[in-house]
Write a protein that binds this ligand. Structure first.
Ligand SMILES: [Zn+2]
Length: 118
């Protein structure tokens, strides 16, 4: 989380922003990051920076898989989350082991910042 906040502040600074009002994040279902914990961490990390008091908006991205045997893809069954760090996913079509394709995202998609006019 601190790495994310650092990058957000850097990006905003480079854009000449004086304050950040909100950031949007996409967080995958396989990252096991709890939204309220992220928010608490975010609030304490931005204290004293231009992002102090800004809003953290989290969009959950569901985990998905793609099968290497038959090529089918789909959402990871709820039974596989969120207790296993490296779950074995079985293809819903052919039952072969499938690989996780989505759900590990943890990225900032948008920064709402105030940039003063020249
Ligand atoms: Zn398959």
């Amino acid at each position: 989380m601190s790495e994310i906040v650092r990058r957000v502040l850097e990006t905003a600074e480079e854009a000449g922003a004086v304050s950040i009002s909100a950031i949007d994040m996409e967080v995958g279902g396989m990252t096991f990051l709890a939204e309220d914990q992220m928010r608490t961490a975010y609030d304490s990390l931005v204290r004293g920076t231009m992002a102090e008091g800004s809003e953290l908006r989290v969009t959950a991205v569901p985990a998905s898989y793609r099968c290497g045997s038959c090529g089918s893809a789909g959402p990871v069954p709820p039974a596989h989350s969120p207790t296993h760090m490296a779950p074995l996913i079985e293809c819903g079509e052919c039952g072969e082991p499938a690989v996780l394709e989505g759900g590990k995202e943890c990225r900032v998609t948008n920064i709402e910042a105030e940039v003063p006019d020249e």
